[in-house]
Every structure is written in C-alpha cells, then in structure tokens.
Design a protein around this ligand. Structure first.
Ligand code: BES
Ligand code: ZN
Length: 453
C-alpha cells in the first residue's frame, strides 16, 4: 500500500491531465451525430492502454463501438477479471444551468466538473490508472485483466447486447468488476451487489390529423393531452401499487436480509428538496428503491408550453415511460404488459401506439465471492471501517447479459455520491475519491491475486 501511495503521489498530475483529456470527448450516446467523437475516444483509449502493454481493439457493433483491452500476462493459474465501464455520457441539456462548459473539465473545490466526470469516465479511468500502478510497481499484474469500456450504456447497451454472443470467448472471465456504482456517503465504504433492471417505452396518442383550434373544436374533439393524463393516472392505485395486471408476478422475495444500508439517506433527500414520496404503502423508502419495481413517467409532451399562450388541441400527445425491475422480472414481458394495459384502457377513438424500446434485466452478485471479499478488503484498508453490502436502484442494462454470457461472478464498486449531479447539469466528481478509486481497484486486484495462489 505504501508503495502504491508513493507511486500515486509521483504520477498523479499526469493521471489527472489524462482524465481531463478523456472528459473532453463529446461521447453522448443518445445522438448518432456524435459517432466520430466515440471513434476518437476509442482511439485515445488505445494509446493509453498500449503504453501499458495491453492488446487493444475497437469493436464495431450494430450500435456504438466498444473499446476492449486485455493483458493476460498473469498466466492461466491466475483468475481473469473483466472490468466493465462506459465511456459514453448523457446529454448535456439544459445547457444554461451549467456553470462551466460540460466538455471542458474544470477543477473547483477539489471536484472536477464535466459531463461524465463521475458517470462513468472518472470511475473507469481510476480502474485504468490502477492497472498502470500495479504494472509500474510489480512489473506484472496480479490477475489477468480485460477491460470492456462500452459506448452505449446510457442508451441501453443495444449494440453490445446484440454483439455479445460473438464476444463470448473474448470476454470470458472468472469475475466481472462493474465500475459504475456509488457509495451511500463519502465516509462509508460499500460494495454493490446488484441493480434494478429496466424497460423503456414511448407512448403516442393521436386524436386528429392536425392540431386544432381549441375554440372551433373545443367541446367536440377529445384532447389527446387529456386522454394521456387520464390514462396515466390509471397506472397506480391510491396505495402506490402499479395497476398493470401481472406486473408483480415474477418478483422473488428473499434477498433482503443480505443488504442493510440505505443508498439515499435523509440528508440527500433534503438536499434535493424532496417532500412528496412515492413509496408504496407498507414499503419503506429503501425497500421501494432496491426491492420494488416502479413505473415512472420520464417525459410528457403535447400541445404548447412555450412563452405566452396558444389555444390549441394538439393532434398528439407523447409520454416516455420506464419501469425499474427487480429479480426475476423480464424487461420484454413487463414492456408488453404495460403496453397491453395502456392499449386496453385508452379512450375509445384515440389512436395509441406503444413502442417498447431498450431494456436490461436486474442482477445480483454473491457477497461471498472471492472478488466481493477482495474489493471489500480494499475498501476496509482505505477507510478503516467495515464495508457494507449494498444494492442500487439504478440500472446497468448489460450486466445481467454479461454475467450469463461470461459465467463470471459480478461485483459492482464505485465512488459516486447522490450529490454528484449524475445525469444533471454540473455533474462532478471529488478528486480525492478519484484517487481512492485508484487505490481501491489496485488493492482489490492484489488481494484477489493473493487469494488465488
Ligand atoms: N451509473 C449509472 C447506474 C447507477 C445509478 C448506479 C445510480 C448506481 C447508482 C448508469 O450509468 C445509468 O445511469 N444507467 C441508466 C441506464 C438507462 C439509461 C438504460 C439508468 O439507470 O437510468
Ligand atoms: Zn448514467
């Protein structure tokens, strides 16, 4: 550990410069126009990894490219760890609320501000720096390392999901380390042993062939905005339970006792001003975040909500809906159940189209795996505190498929905090936590190598 800290002190300014260079790529995955940025970013990652004696490859997919690197010099008696993260980021809007350019990283009060500073460039880059540290100090890695840094996580990992069967051999590993998670707070070490699945859909209601004057047609035409809000309110009963038939059928009970700590605590809730709660009756907030599925309206559009007023009955209204899923709910099945429910309930005469889009299954890791123990041990060394087992309410859509394809045991780790503005304007990451990330991954790989002598 002391040699690691000394190495980090010497090398840190270079690593931070590289992190900032990584953050400058505009790798927004929701917009195909950014593909050249994705390719440039993969090229840049190749240079970084080649300097570390890794074989590198940019893997084309039907979606956005995946960056892959491996160093298997530890030998076949050592385990292989596939490290997963993503180089793509969420869109930057609303741009006016950013205090600095989202793609020009800026250091303020010990934090780096940029889109992707936390999610996930800052996190995956500390894992890269950890590999470099191990190679510099010991000349060899304690385990075989593979990195899958994909470019489409924030858009459902569609390309990777389609390409995965053909990557089975390449990605085969004993362990999967997902570096895209967080801690309950800056002082509490925790490993992540699961996340919720997700299914996403777009709902379009159409009432007329074109927008109508709300005086001329008011009282005659049924407004699609009204049809949409009436339809959506039917999704829950007064206890907060989702009303879609069979929505809860496939939930398995039983893993609750393994997990004790809340990811979002009271001060986080106050910090973002939440005073209205959506937990179902008889379920705590923690339970509702980790162990219960949700149906959420992520966006609604229809008619005119700009400056001034427009007396219009819009031709159509749109809603973007997602469901967070828990074991063993299936994204495709839940998508269809919700779509059927909406189609059956919509006001007669209003046309409805539901497009079930990308999704991912929920997943769970084993708290007793060697990787879980190695990562927990590394956190304990760094914090001198016990390490908690946590879950996440968020989704990393490809993890379940990766686990099934590779046969690896999964553990998630991370240094994100609920206050880091993930997906929001002014996303940031504490540079002290970035440094701890380097130490944690390096020590965890060391412990895993030792455990598998
Ligand atoms: N890093 C997050 C997942 C996450 C969120 C982990 C909160 C731990 C706590 C990931 O990059 C993410 O945001 N995923 C999306 C996936 C979606 C766009 C398909 C999510 O959960 O909304
Ligand atoms: Zn994200």
């Amino acid at each position: 550990m002391e040699r690691l800290r000394a190495w980090l002190d010497r090398e840190y300014s270079k690593i931070q410069e590289e992190l900032f260079a990584f953050l400058r790529f505009k790798t927004i995955s929701t917009d195909p126009a950014f593909l050249p940025e994705h390719l440039k970013c993969c090229q840049w990652l190749s240079t970084i990894f080649q300097e570390m004696d890794f074989k590198t490859e940019t893997i084309e997919t039907p979606g956005l490219p995946i960056f892959y690197a491996e160093n298997l010099n530890a030998g076949s008696e050592k385990p292989t760890v596939l490290v997963y993260g993503h180089y793509d980021v969420q869109p930057i809007d609303p741009i006016d609320l950013w205090k600095s350019d989202p793609f020009e990283p800026e250091e303020r009060d010990g934090n780096v501000y940029a889109r992707g500073a936390l999610d996930d460039k800052g996190q995956i880059f500390y894992a890269v720096a950890a590999a470099r540290a191990l190679l510099a100090i010991d000349k060899t890695l304690p385990v075989n390392l593979k990195f899958c840094i994909e470019g489409e996580e924030e858009s459902g990992s569609v390309g990777l999901a389609k390409s995965l069967p053909s990557l089975k051999e390449k990605f085969s590993a004993d362990y999967l380390l997902v570096v895209d998670c967080g801690l309950p707070d800056a002082e509490t070490p925790a490993i992540n042993l699961g996340g919720r699945g997700i299914t996403t859909m777009e709902v379009v209601l159409k009432g007329s062939t074109e927008d109508l004057h709300s005086g001329l047609y008011g009282g005659i035409a049924y407004n699609p905005n009204r049809a949409l809000v009436e339809l959506l309110t039917e999704c829950w009963d007064e206890t907060g339970r989702v009303q879609v038939p069979h929505f809860y059928d496939d939930i398995v009970e039983g893993d609750k006792k393994l997990f004790a700590s809340s990811a979002i605590n009271d001060s986080d809730i106050k910090a973002v001003g939440i005073e209205a709660f959506s937990a179902e009756k008889d379920h705590s907030l923690l339970e509702s975040n980790w162990f219960r599925p949700t149906l959420e309206i992520n966006g609604i559009a229809g008619g005119y909500a700009g400056a001034g007023f427009k007396t219009v009955i819009p031709a159509e209204a749109i809603a973007k809906i997602s469901c967070r899923l828990v074991p063993d709910q299936d994204p495709g099945k839940i998508g269809e159940l919700v779509a059927d429910f909406l189609k059956k309930r919509v006001k007669k005469g209003i046309q409805i189209h539901v497009d079930v889009q990308h999704g991912g299954k929920p997943y769970r890791g084993n708290p007793d795996s060697r990787l879980a123990k190695a990562v927990a041990m590394a956190y304990v060394e760094i914090f001198s505190k016990p390490c908690l087992n946590t879950l996440s309410g968020g989704s990393i859509p490809i993890v379940s498929d990766l686990v099934h394809t590779t046969g690896a045991e999964v553990v998630g780790m991370g240094y994100g905090l609920p206050s880091d503005n993930m997906h929001a304007p002014n996303e940031h990451f504490g540079l002290d936590r970035f440094k701890k990330g380097i130490l944690t991954v390096a020590r965890a790989m060391h412990h895993l190598g030792q455990a598998c002598q």
